[in-house]
Every structure is written in structure tokens, then in C-alpha cells.
Design a protein around this ligand. Structure first.
Ligand code: IMP
Ligand code: MG
Length: 175
């Protein structure tokens, strides 16, 4: 049986996303940006964030798979879907739901750096700082959270729970 406990409410998320969008708007004043969402977890965050960024903005998406089971990273990342357009000379903001070990974003960062963007920033809604194994940080962080498995607001467990409006800690026990 799965137990869900609200960790971050929809109101807290909305306030934080507005704050992050305001910072991005100020940091890139007068410039265009391309928001690259990491499928599928970042889609809801990207949709909310993008609508509050007051800049000329375009979207692109990237998909990666990490081997392992639903909760455990194997350390191997593979590209499932590349960006559609070249990022050369553009202000890239990579939008991710959660920064955990850092393996996924390290892989994506290397891939996108090869495009030679004008600038490269990472916006992560959640950051599990204590889990990091790679030397990578986000430039815009929503919430630092403890080492708990969370779902909702785009985050899944075996593809479920992405549609929950709040971010919840998932406790799955076998009956
Ligand atoms: P990393 O490569 O270890 O940083 O893992 C990043 C990816 O792992 C995220 O894009 C998520 O898909 C997934 N992930 C890490 N922690 C959680 C969690 O608590 N809930 C749901 N997915 C998670
Ligand atoms: Mg993800």
C-alpha cells in the first residue's frame, strides 16, 4: 500500500515558482531564452514557470533514461530524445524537476555544452543536496528537500502520481 504525505503544498509551489520566474526575468532582461524541459518530470514545472517568465522564450525538450529501478539510479544515463534545434549561441535554461545524485544533469549539461550555447543555466524545482555524487549545482533552486522519495507536480513513481498538485512523500509498503 502506498502512503502519501504532503511535503510542499500547491500554494508553496506557486509562490516559489513565481519567485524563480522573477529572478530569471531579471537576469535575462532584454534577451531571449530557450527553456529545455527534461521529460517527463519537468513538464508541469516548465508550464508554470514559463508562463511567468516575461521574456521572449521558446521551448525544447530532451528525454533521458537512467537504468535501474523506480527509486534507485544505476549510474548509467542514455539519451532517448535529443533537442530539436541547435542551442548554439542561445541562452539555455535547463528545467528539471529534481536534482538528486546529479548524474542525469551532468550528462545533459555535457551534451548541451557541445552545442556552444551563449549561456547555460539550470533551474531545478527540488534539490536533494545530501544525495549528490556529482559536482553539479542548479543556478535556480526551488526547495532543498531531505532524502525522501517524493511524487506529484510532475514527479512519478513507476509513472504514477505525476498529476498530484502537491509534492508528497511516498512511502510504499508491501502488505
Ligand atoms: P539524478 O540523476 O540522480 O540527479 O536523478 C534525477 C532524476 O531521478 C530525476 O529527473 C527524477 O526523474 C528521478 N528522481 C530522483 N529523486 C526522485 C524522487 O524523489 N521522486 C521521483 N523521481 C526522482
Ligand atoms: Mg525527471
Amino acid at each position: 500500500m502506498d502512503t502519501l504525505k504532503v511535503l510542499i503544498t500547491r500554494q508553496q509551489i506557486a509562490a516559489k515558482v513565481a519567485e524563480m520566474a522573477a529572478r530569471i526575468t531579471a537576469d535575462f532582461a532584454g534577451e531571449s531564452v530557450v527553456l529545455i524541459g527534461v521529460l517527463k518530470g519537468a513538464t508541469i514545472f516548465l508550464a508554470d514557470l514559463a508562463r511567468q517568465i516575461e521574456l521572449d522564450a521558446s521551448f525544447d525538450f530532451i528525454a533521458v533514461a537512467s537504468y535501474g529501478n523506480a527509486k534507485q539510479h544505476s549510474g548509467e544515463v542514455k539519451l532517448v530524445k535529443d533537442v530539436d534545434e541547435s542551442m548554439a549561441g542561445r541562452n539555455v535554461i535547463l528545467v528539471e524537476d529534481i536534482l538528486d545524485t546529479g548524474l542525469t544533469l551532468t550528462y545533459i549539461k555535457k551534451l548541451l555544452h557541445a552545442h556552444q550555447p551563449k549561456s547555460f543555466k539550470i533551474a531545478a524545482l527540488l534539490d536533494k543536496v545530501s544525495r549528490r555524487t556529482e559536482p553539479i549545482e542548479a543556478d535556480y533552486v526551488g526547495f532543498e528537500i531531505p532524502d525522501e522519495f517524493v511524487v506529484g507536480y510532475g514527479l512519478d513513481f513507476g509513472e504514477r502520481y505525476r498529476n498530484l498538485p502537491d509534492i508528497c512523500v511516498l512511502d510504499s509498503k508491501r502488505e
